[in-house]
Design a protein around this ligand. Structure first.
Ligand code: PLP
Length: 430
């Protein structure tokens, strides 16, 4: 017995280094805000502070500059950002929005919040984003928008999606929570649709603990999202918008970011380029060796795309080995240690990603706000709806985060050695 999963010695016990990008610069920025006493200056009525304080506005200015987009609007999470985006494009009860099932839950719950019906399109087998051909088949007279997710850090197929959107007069929202500074050609993801949404939560490339940024080049959509962020219904009368019918139902929330979070996010944004280059270098180093393991396939990159690797995806070649992906990956995981500051979780390597959303209880039980809004639609969500996604999830896709900045060449070598060791001793698994 050589493999750790069978009682052999583990390849490595010593934990992998933490991913922690917070240093003296963030400390200084936070102290400055604390000492000013102005932790948030937002007012939820019509006033110049309706748009937030100096750190919030500076962050928005810098974000818009960096991403070369007209408006950047900070919010307290990407989830809130997605909610504001769906509200701004005017999704109403019973409208359909086509979305990927292989994404974080909020890409789809945003649709439900406004009474919209999520319609799940299948994903591409090599890029894992929403498949434009599948989207086109699902369009009905009720379809109003596409929610495209740049999953794992690579852009969705915006060339094809835009053609479809133009032909059918649909809006596109881009969930770019996992892909800040990823590109398609010379354009940043997040800026490819009508509205883009980024996340600044603790686990993303850069973070402020919690936070999110919405971007758009459209003045009207930007104003609506500012209203939704900050109790919009209370300011409309004061601003003299009584006649603007389309704004009358601008129900506002409190999606506001604090000055401390904005100050942290400004420093983090200045580190983004460097952090992404490290991820790309680490992935290159891993792929050079992992491609020699016969049961692994490196997924191709999309033409003209720059991948920023929130997650590093790999594919399992079923025909190359007589054991299931899960068994193989469990054996690799058994060889490896946890990662510091994430030591409550197991090894940051898994099979599949999230269970396809339509198979989760919310969609299976169709209970949201009571039975609303599912009661407005005949749609059923069932196994087999998105076969490519289900196959990836059940048998093919491997995902890991063992390429984050902080991993040394020696750490990466141990990841490679674990895969090599399991491949060499695979008879133990058969
Ligand atoms: C993280 C994530 C979100 C939500 O981000 P929060 O800031 O935590 O609300 C949304 N979509 C995707 C694809 C994500 O990865």
């Amino acid at each position: 017995m050589k493999l750790a999963i069978n009682g052999g010695e583990k390849l490595r016990e010593n934990p992998f280094p933490a991913y922690n990008t917070i240093d003296k610069q963030e400390e200084k920025a936070v102290l400055k805000v604390l000492r000013s006493g102005k932790l948030s200056t937002y007012l939820g009525t019509w006033h110049e502070d309706f748009y937030g304080g100096s750190e919030v506005q500076a962050l928005e200015y810098e974000w818009a500059n960096f991403f070369n987009v007209k408006h950047a609007i900070s919010v307290n999470s990407a989830t809130s950002g997605l909610y504001a985006a769906i509200g701004a494009i005017g999704i109403k009860a019973g409208d359909e929005v086509i979305v990927s099932p292989y994404t974080m839950s909020a890409s789809a719950t945003a649709i439900l919040l406004y009474g919209g019906i999520p319609v799940f399109a299948d994903v591409e087998d090599k890029y894992f984003c929403i498949d434009p051909q599948s989207v086109e088949k699902l369009i009905t007279p009720k379809t109003k928008a596409i929610m495209a997710v740049d999953i794992f850090g690579q852009t969705a197929d915006f060339k094809a999606l835009k053609k479809i959107a133009q032909k059918h007069n649909l809006k596109i929202i881009e969930d770019s929570a996992q892909a800040p500074a990823a590109k398609l050609g010379d354009k940043f993801t997040g800026t490819l649709g009508d509205i883009g949404v980024f996340s600044l939560n603790y686990h993303k490339h850069i973070h402020s603990g919690e936070g999110g940024i919405i971007v758009t080049n459209d003045d009207d959509l930007a104003f609506k999202m500012q209203l939704i962020r900050n109790h919009g219904e209370t300011v409309l009368a004061a601003k003299g918008y009584e006649d603007k019918k389309e704004l009358h139902n601008m129900l506002g929330f409190n999606f506001r970011m604090t000055e401390i979070e904005a100050a942290i996010a400004r420093v983090q944004l200045s580190k983004l380029d460097e952090l992404i280059e490290q991820r790309i270098d680490n992935v290159k180093y891993l792929e050079e060796k992992l491609q020699n393991i016969p049961c692994l396939e490196i997924p191709p990159l999309r033409d003209e795309a720059k991948h920023v690797y929130y997650i590093h995806p790999l594919l399992f070649k079923e025909k190359s080995i007589a054991c299931h992906r899960n068994k193989f990956i469990d054996a690799v995981k058994a060889e490896l240690p946890p990662t510091l500051m994430r030591d409550d979780s197991p090894v940051l390597l898994s099979y599949g990603y999230v269970k396809p959303l339509y198979l989760q209880p919310l969609y299976q039980e169709k209970i949201c706000f009571g039975e609303y809004p599912f009661s407005l639609s005949e749609r059923v969500y069932k196994e087999g709806d998105c076969p490519v996604c289900e196959k990836l999830h059940n048998d093919i896709l491997i995902t890991h985060e063992l390429m984050r900045p902080g991993m040394s060449k020696e750490d990466l070598d141990d990841v490679i050695k674990a895969f090599e060791k399991v491949w060499k001793n695979k008879e133990e698994l058969l």
